[in-house]
Design a protein around this ligand. Structure first.
Ligand code: SF4
Ligand code: SF4
Length: 482
């Protein structure tokens, strides 16, 4: 298959060797408490359906998705609900979130699950989407967008390709690599089901060339299906970004503020495909995920199948504990991951990795003045000018930063990584994007308030006018004839 080059990019130290050969192991025994935030996804938080004291079974619905973009939350095991409260520490964002606290009872007793969809390829695509929604599946590469909403794109766009993202270009992470090596048939089946739901005739599975075993396993599992192509893509960060992977496969650049789906391509992560397989074939909701636990401060790095809600501290203990106090604790990869406020936060649906980085690995150095070397411009995969955007943001000129395209930044962190002056450029851009988004939201809200006020004033004026006209007619009728 012909591949197309992507602009810029970098080659960070990949450091995957610590876990690449570690088979997935289940976290046992289960933690004493699981912390399940009702907001583990993009969109509206789920609504709690349980109360403290309730006994629940494995797979039982604990939180119902609310509105068009939301995701359900289920019990990863059986036990007793200890708390339903707004907790601060147990969320990766560090912000207060309504959280269900579950104390496992050790029985691991299943609830009655939805029946398998006997022949998913003969089923109405709507039934597949409903099942994926019921199962609470979200993008497991870290984006956490509800997958059922993404599977609905085929109803309004003509789709050509389901692009399965197995690039895993972030350093340290090997969870997708292991899922593809150990469960290739499940991933392929999930991909075929998703392509059916989307109405996409082709499936392309893109894997970076540094995962030869995953490529072999996936090629073997896909060999019976002519509509599937397994493609090895160059090792180049950020190849795993949806837009760049789409460009590498199709040669087309996704225009600013558009989706890859506008080009006929829908991208899903390989772990998401596996979760879809479980939901459709066995009625199993999303209860756990594979997490790479790594970094120089972890004694025994591993790939762990961890129940959602597992505190990071328990996960690290399962990996032999820490050999030293980490300089940085990160959820996800070191390039795009979130620094964690503490090890009390739980594994959520988008947690691909937990990294405990040493001082040497964190490589935090004092920021120096910009030397105008232009390296950040050369490597930006989105063709942006980071040095100019940062200059505007430093002056609090958000409009200026927006004019230089800050909203098109995919937050890959390549510019920060490469900058010889150690300027945390991506932090500036994330801050600016957050503020611009909030301002847009506020502007839209004010526009809506203004529109409603104007509509109300117009309605009242119409009623007053009708009253005046009625009064005039009455007065005319009652006035004595000349
Ligand atoms: S890479 Fe750093 S030092 Fe070089 S131009 Fe960009 S911001 Fe300035
Ligand atoms: S973080 Fe944004 S500006 Fe920096 S290299 Fe990535 S896309 Fe470009």
């Amino acid at each position: 298959m012909k591949l197309f080059p992507i602009r810029g990019g970098i080659h960070p130290a990949y450091r995957k060797q610590a876990t690449a050969e570690k088979a997935i192991v289940a976290l046992l025994p289960l933690p004493a408490r699981l912390y399940l935030p009702l907001q583990q996804h993009m969109g509206a938080a789920a609504e709690a359906l349980v109360q403290p004291g309730d006994r629940v079974k494995k797979g039982q619905l604990l939180g119902r998705g609310v509105g068009p973009v939301s995701a359900a939350v289920h019990a990863p095991t059986s036990g007793r609900i200890a708390q339903v409260a707004e907790l601060t520490a147990p969320h990766p964002s560090g912000l207060p979130q309504l959280t269900i606290v579950l104390e496992p009872d050790g029985q691991d007793e299943w609830a009655e699950l939805a029946p398998p969809i006997a022949d998913p390829f003969a089923a109405d695509p709507k039934a597949i989407k409903e099942r994926v929604a019921q199962a609470g599946i979200v993008g497991m590469g870290g984006a956490t967008f509800p997958s059922s909403v993404k599977l609905d794109l085929g109803t309004r766009l003509k789709l050509e390709i389901l692009l399965l993202n197995g690039a895993e270009c972030e350093p340290y992470l090997t969870c997708d690599d292991r899922v593809m090596r150990e469960h290739p048939s499940e991933v392929i089946d999930g991909a075929r089901i998703m392509a059916h739901a989307l109405g996409a005739p082709r499936i392309v599975i893109a894997i970076e060339r540094n995962k030869p075993q995953a490529l072999d396993a996936m090629r073997l599992a896909a060999s019976a299906f002519p509509a599937i192509e397994v493609v090895d893509v160059p090792v180049q960060y950020p190849m795993g970004s949806e837009r760049h992977l789409t460009q590498a496969i199709t040669g087309q650049e996704t225009p600013a503020r558009k989706l890859t789906a506008d080009l006929g391509v829908v991208v899903h992560n390989v772990a998401t495909a596996r979760a879809v397989h479980h939901a459709v074939r066995f009625g199993r909701p999303l209860l756990s995920r594979v997490v790479t636990v790594s970094g120089g401060a972890v004694k025994e790095p591993k790939n762990v199948e961890a129940p959602l809600g597992t505190p990071v501290a328990d996960l690290i203990d399962f990996c032999g504990g820490l050999s030293e106090t980490p300089k940085r604790l990160v959820s996800g990869g070191p390039m795009m991951g979130q620094p964690l406020p503490s090890s009390e936060v739980p594994v959520v649906k988008g947690t691909s990795g937990i990294l405990a980085l040493t001082t040497a690995e964190a490589n935090e150095r004092p920021t120096q003045p910009c030397i105008r070397c232009g390296t950040c411009v050369t490597i930006c995969p989105c063709g942006l000018v980071p040095v100019e955007m940062a200059a505007h943001i430093r002056k609090d000129d958000l409009d200026g930063a927006a004019a230089w395209g800050v909203m098109d930044c995919v937050s890959c962190g390549s510019c920060s990584y490469i900058c010889p002056s150690y300027i945390p450029l991506v932090h500036y851009f994330n801050y600016a994007k957050g503020r611009i988004t909030a301002q847009d939201r506020e502007r839209r809200k004010q526009d809506e308030v203004k529109r409603l006020a104007e509509a109300r004033a117009a309605r009242l004026e119409k009623q007053a006018q009708a009253k005046r006209e009625a009064a005039a007619r009455k007065a005319q009728a009652e006035s004595p004839a000349p």
